[in-house]
Design a protein around this ligand. Structure first.
Ligand SMILES: Cc1cc2nc3c(=O)[nH]c(=O)nc-3n(C[C@H](O)[C@H](O)[C@H](O)COP(=O)(O)OP(=O)(O)OC[C@H]3O[C@@H](n4cnc5c(N)ncnc54)[C@H](O)[C@@H]3O)c2cc1C
Length: 438
C-alpha cells in the first residue's frame, strides 16, 4: 500500500509539473488571442516540451522514483510518454500550417525568422531520437551508438526548443512566465548535471576491483568484486546494477547485469555474464585487479519485496542469474520455505550453476525441474520448452499460494506467462525481469 501511494505520488508530480506551464501561462497579462487553433497548437507545443524536459528525471535512475515501479516500468513509461509528447510537438506546426496557410512560408529557412528555423531544428532532433529508438535494430545501430546519440540529441532538442520559445516570445514576455521557463530549464539542467557529473563523482568514491573471473557453464563468466575502501553494495536478491569496467564512471559505456551472488554478502558482490556481443565476449579476458564501478542496486524483481509461503522460479538460459542470487541468499539465511525451480537450458552441458544448484537441494527445500531443449540420449527429465503441461505436471497443489519469478529470453517469458495464465495462476503473483530495455 505504501509503495502504491508512493508510486501514485510520483505519477501525480510528473503530470502536475508537465501541465503546470499551461496554467501559469494563462495567469496575468495574456497576449491577444490569435484564434482557437493557433492557441491550441501553442498549448500542445508547450505541453509536449514540458513532458519531454522532465524525462531527464525519469531516466536519471533516481532510486526514489524507480523503486515503486521497477526501472523497466519507468523506461516503458518514458517510451510511451515520449511518443505522446513528440506527437504534441509535431502537431504544433502542423496545426498552425493548416489553420493559417499563410504561415507555410516559414517552411523556407532562407526567409524565415531565426527562431522558426531553430524550432524546426528541434523538431528534427526529436524526430531523430524517436526514429532511432523505435527502429534501432532495423537500422543496424549498435546499442552503444544509439545510447550516445540518444543522450546528446535529447539535450540538443530540449535546448533548441527552449531557444525557440524564448525567440518567439509569445506568452513568455512577462517576467513571471519567463521565470517559470527559466526555473524549469534550470531543473532539467540540474537533473542532467546529477546524472552526468554528481553521480559519477559519487561512484568514483566507491570503486571495486575484480577479485576473480570464473568460467561457468553456458559460455558465461562470473566476475567477483572486492569493494575498495567501503562496505560494498547492499542489494536485494534478484536486483541488478550497471557495470563499468576498466573505464571511469564518466564513461557512457555501462551495461546492466543482475547480481548472481548472495545478498547476505554485500562485501563480495558477483555477477555472471553470458558471452553475447562486443562487451560480454571480452569478459573472459578481464584480469583480476581490474578497476570496476557498480551503479546499483535497481529493480523490483526480488523475493524480498513480496511475502510468500513459497516460491516458483522459472529461468531460461542466463536468466538463471537473479534466481541464483535468490537461492544463494535463501541458503545463507537458512530459509526453508519451498522453492520449485524450472530451469530451461539449450543443453544439459549449458546449464550454468547446475552443480551448485544440485548441492543446494541438501540445505534448501528445493525441487528442480530441468527442461532441456536438446536433451542428451537417455535423458528422462523434461525436454523442449517450459510449457503449461511441463508446469502443470510439476507444480505442487500449493501452486496458488506461491509467488512466481520468471527470467529469461523475451519469447520464453511471453510463453511462460501465457502458460501460467492458462493454468489459472493469478498474474499479480507473477514477477518477471527483462534483460532487454531497448
Ligand atoms: C535488468 C537487466 C539485467 C541483466 N542481467 C544480465 C545478467 O545477469 N547476465 C547477462 O549475461 N546479461 C544480463 N543482461 C543483459 C546484458 O546487459 C546484455 O547482454 C549486455 O549489455 C550486452 O552487451 P554486448 O555489448 O556484449 O552485446 P551487444 O551485442 O552490443 O548487445 C546485445 C543487446 O543487449 C542490449 N544491450 C547492449 N548494451 C546494453 C547496455 N549498455 N545497456 C542495456 N542493454 C544493452 C541491447 O538490447 C542489445 O541489442 C541484463 C540486462 C538487463 C536489462
Amino acid at each position: 500500500m505504501r509503495l502504491f501511494l508512493y508510486g501514485a505520488f510520483w505519477i501525480g508530480i510528473y503530470f502536475t509539473v508537465s501541465v503546470a506551464p499551461l496554467f501559469v501561462l494563462l495567469i496575468g497579462d495574456t497576449p491577444p488571442g490569435r484564434g482557437f487553433w493557433r492557441e491550441f497548437s501553442v498549448g500542445l507545443g508547450f505541453l509536449g516540451m514540458s513532458m519531454l524536459g522532465w524525462q531527464f528525471f525519469l531516466t536519471g535512475r533516481f532510486k526514489s522514483i524507480t523503486s515503486p515501479y521497477g526501472i523497466d516500468v519507468v523506461y516503458h513509461f518514458h517510451r510511451l510518454v515520449s511518443l505522446i509528447a513528440f506527437l504534441f510537438i509535431l502537431l504544433h506546426p502542423v496545426i498552425i500550417f493548416i489553420s493559417t496557410p499563410v504561415t507555410l512560408v516559414f517552411l523556407n529557412p532562407l526567409s524565415s525568422p531565426w527562431w522558426i528555423n531553430v524550432g524546426f531544428l528541434s523538431l528534427l532532433a526529436f524526430a531523430v531520437i524517436i526514429v532511432t529508438s523505435l527502429y534501432r535494430l532495423n537500422l543496424g545501430m549498435k546499442y552503444e551508438h544509439w545510447s550516445i546519440i540518444h543522450s546528446y540529441t535529447s539535450v540538443i532538442a530540449v535546448a533548441l526548443s527552449t531557444i525557440h520559445i524564448v525567440g518567439v516570445s509569445y506568452y513568455v514576455h512577462e517576467p513571471l512566465k519567463r521565470w517559470l521557463w527559466i526555473f524549469m530549464v534550470a531543473a532539467w539542467i540540474l537533473g542532467l548535471a546529477y546524472i552526468r557529473i554528481l553521480k559519477p563523482l559519487l561512484m568514483l568514491r566507491r570503486p571495486y576491483t575484480v577479485r576473480e573471473v570464473v568460467k561457468e557453464r553456458g559460455d558465461s563468466w562470473t566476475l567477483e568484486f572486492t569493494p575498495e575502501g567501503h562496505d560494498g553494495m547492499n542489494f536485494r536478491p534478484g536486483q541488478f546494477a550497471w557495470l563499468i569496467l576498466e573505464k571511469s564512471p564518466f564513461a557512457v559505456r555501462e551495461h546492466p547485469f543482475s547480481f548472481s551472488s548472495s545478498a547476505m554478502h554485500p562485501e563480495r558482490p558477483a555477477i555472471t555474464i553470458k558471452e553475447l556481443g562486443d562487451f560480454t565476449s571480452q569478459i573472459g579476458g578481464i584480469l583480476p585487479g581490474t578497476r570496476a564501478y557498480i551503479d546499483g542496486p535497481y529493480g523490483t524483481f526480488s523475493i524480498d519485496r513480496q511475502r510468500s509461503q513459497g516460491y516458483v522460479c522459472i529461468a531460461g538460459g542466463v536468466g538463471i542469474t537473479p534466481i541464483m542470487s535468490m537461492l544463494r541468499t535463501m541458503n545463507d539465511r537458512s530459509d526453508r520455505r519451498p522453492v520449485t525451480l524450472f530451469y530451461g537450458a539449450k543443453t544439459w552441458e549449458d546449464a550454468t550453476f547446475r552443480e551448485e544448484i544440485e548441492n543446494m537441494k541438501a540445505s534448501l527445500n528445493l525441487q528442480v525441474v530441468y527442461v532441456i531443449e536438446d536433451a542428451p540420449e537417455g535423458w528422462e527429465g523434461e525436454k523442449g520448452y517450459i510449457t503449461a503441461e511441463v508446469l502443470s505436471r510439476n507444480l505442487s497443489e500449493h501452486r496458488y499460494d506461491y509467488e512466481y519469478y520468471v527470467c529469461g529470453p523475451q519469447p520464453m517469458q511471453t510463453a511462460v506467462k501465457k502458460a501460467l495464465d492458462k493454468l489459472g495462476l493469478p498474474m499479480e503473483r507473477v514477477n518477471s525481469e527483462s534483460f532487454n530495455f531497448v
